[in-house]
Design a protein around this ligand. Sequence first.
Ligand code: FAD
Length: 304
Amino acid sequence: METLLRKLFLAIGLNKSAARLMRRYGARLGAARFVAGTELRDAAEAVKRLNDEGLLATVDHLGEFVRHAEDAKLAADMCLMTLDLIHNEGLQANLSLKLTSLGLDIDPALCESHMRAILSRANELRIFVRIDMEDYAHCQAAIDLYRKLKRDYPNFGIVIQAYLRRSELDVRTLGRNGANLRLVKGAYKESPQVAYPLKKDVDEAFAKLIRIQLKQGYAAIATHDEAIIEQSLRWIADNNIPNEKFEFQMLYGIREDLQKQLADEGYRVRVYVPYGKDWFGYFMRRLAERPANVWFLLKHMRRK
Ligand code: FAD
């Protein structure tokens, strides 16, 4: 049943008409739990609140799989405005972005030119930028562009998904020389040819990637899985890995207690803060990760 629900939410999340319908009728459902708001100002306020509690942030202007060059330009402009706001308001935050929002599917050269503009501004303002990893169909293109741009913009990272069979090799090649990789389990629907279908194999691969990256570079350990966090912390202590070599990352609205607890214990914790009008796909992935969230959503709808 859980697997079915997961597949259903991931499929709906990719549906542009469903997303348009949701936007048009303004039905935010329970998305407010996971999304800071629709405007840049909402993101700034959320980041300020987090910073006041000793938490860092990474801000994401929501949007993905765009098909028109004008939309890609708008998304790039929003990234630039987000960088300016982080700088002007002195927020302790960096930027996360998705290449398909910047036109990867329209023309890779267009996407590269938007990326160069964003990375140049981020470089001037000394703000770190990270490419989120999307579905497997875009993985190689994302890694190729990351490698190309990394030569010119060192303050720049990418995400590696533990559920992909290829990821150990990617971590070993991309994570060397102090490179900053965010490691996640993976949030998209993928075929067993390319991704481990069983949760236990994904968890095992995830723990292994974390250890490899902690040894060779900087690890952004992005998970709410307490067992993995505890296991990593034990391994970190046993191997004398300094706190400067890693951070924990969690999503806005998920396990806020754990975010705060780790920060209070002196670990660096960064919260992923998404904002914008195109929240539907992101929200569906959050429901797919934990079908119990549907009860939360139904309760929220009943109260309206
Ligand atoms: P799980 O085993 O799924 O969950 C462990 C526990 O965490 C659950 O028992 C529950 O208590 C809690 N939890 C997990 N998810 C939810 C939820 N949605 N709602 C409520 N509670 C929940 N994936 C990508 O594919 N590409 C990316 O670029 C990417 N970036 C990410 C950035 C950050 C900062 C984080 C934290 C995750 C990111 N992800 C990304 C998502 C990731 O791949 C997982 O889908 C997600 O983190 C859930 O897995 P988990 O590690 O928390 O472990």
